[in-house]
Design a protein. Sequence first.
Length: 619
Amino acid sequence: MIPPTNKPAASITMARAEYQRRRDGFFLELQRLAKTDRKLSLTRLGLFLAGIGLAAMSLTTREVASWWCLIPFGLFAAAIVRHERVARQLDRCRRGIAYHDANLDRLDHRWQDSQPLGERYVDEEHPYEYDLDLFGKGSLFQLLCRARTRLGEDTLAEWLRTSASPSVIDFRQRAICELRSRVDLREELALLPAEVHDSIDPSLLQDWAARTPHLLSRKLLATAGLLAISAVVTGFGWWVLGWPLAYFAAAVTAELVLHFAFKSLLQQVAHDIDRADVGLAILSQVLNVVEGERFQSPFLTALRSQLDTERHPPSWQIRRLHRLDAWLDSSLHNQFFMPFAFLLCLPIWLSHAIERWRATIGPHIAQWLDAVGQFEAISSLSGHAFEHPADPFPEIVGPDPLVDAVGLGHPLIPDDRCVRNDIRFGRQPQLVMVSGSNMSGKSTLMRTIGCNIVLAFAGAPVRATKLRLSPFVLTTSIRVHDSLLEGASLFFAVISRLKAIVERTGGQTPLLFLIDEILPGTNSHDRRVGAEAIIRQLLHRGAVGLVTTHDLALTDIVEKLGHIAMNVHFEDRLEEGRMTFDYQLRPGVVRRSNALELMRLIGLGEPVDSGEELQAENR
């Protein structure tokens, strides 16, 4: 594994300065182009009026030749071409400014309104993603993702939802180190003009490419060619040379018969490619960017090799398919182009070209899509690493289970508000029992550990001073709720979740559990007995992890377990009528509760200790 320290200065100042410099460059270029845009607008207007004036004068006086108007009109056409180029450059500058504004907002922790949110990946049944806020508004995915395609989003989501092997983690870490400083490459991807649509499903293209192509026979193609030539020749003969109309009509009739005979096939080809074509434009552009790069790390080198071809590169092939589909769509639906396409039998030729593409290029599509998805995912993690140079890569160790964290913080909490803690568990202790009052930070500690483990197993840097950990199967029980629709109470939902956690133990890879407020919704005696039974079962099966509680009776379980368990706690203080928390983890069991103080602070009234006092108040 690469060492868990980074070469960049431990500050986001470098990233902020780089983003600001690039934004300023785009802004200055935007101002220059805006002036050029205004000048070209006036120039076009002047040339157009000059052309109209010369044309009008040529009709009223012999001193002005009619062809003179061609000069301003020709210059007008050239100005249009130039103006369109400037408009594209203006659009690129605006995208550049917006891109770096988003980067700067992310450094200032104002990224919660950015896209994508990753809501389509939310799965409450997943072992940990829902509890750790991996997807949705304000999620880890939203913070990390910079993908331009659905492929990249899907791949990054999969990396966050599954744990990579130590060797794959090492490959990804080295790739991130290589790409971390490549702001220019991430900028180039971000400024590609095509937009991403949530409806784009890359599996449609992959499924289309994998199906058997509908190749047309040579006889059919030869017939279509002969009929097209006949229609053109007889049409020209009738229009120009005065041939009988019957010749042209016969050729057109034969073409009609041919088109109707293969109408269903042509419609099927057009329908299938239309569904697969969505997103080809941005896909070809991303491929074009990656094709122009040469990498050093094994991970990126392997991805780049997936795009090597004997002839035309993947971006050219994808672009060609996109153009073929556009031509086929126009030949079938464009009212102005359809007659000419019909005479030339273009739908048949284009359908054959598309199916021929599927037969020859289709087998390579899966590896091209995989390369794009993985490259965009690793690029997203590289951008995060660039913006947080103080975050180290974790060290993956083994074979004994271990989590050894120094200065561990939550990646979604701003640095100026993030309180960091040290924690270590594995073989001794297997269990860390975290006690503390309400709002003291127990659940946040759970999510801090969980999110950093997710980052570590995805190959990304972690929010810590140092982190050493072994491979784990991560599972959590933090955000459990009842279901009126399914008729499940809160307690039933909790024990069902705990049962699922126990069932995941016993594999080759140890299980790491994070259980928040174990067994709520039942009486203290049953909770104490049930919690001890569950914890002993988990530890007996080789699992390690944390359990939080504000029921101090549960902390006695640690004493019964001996050296394989440890008590830690969070404290709170009441200062001048205000509840304060320092969120620092301390050894031992918490000695006080804040529930009554919190009730008083929010105005729920003074708690009553006895029935006599309650009767006295009622009188």
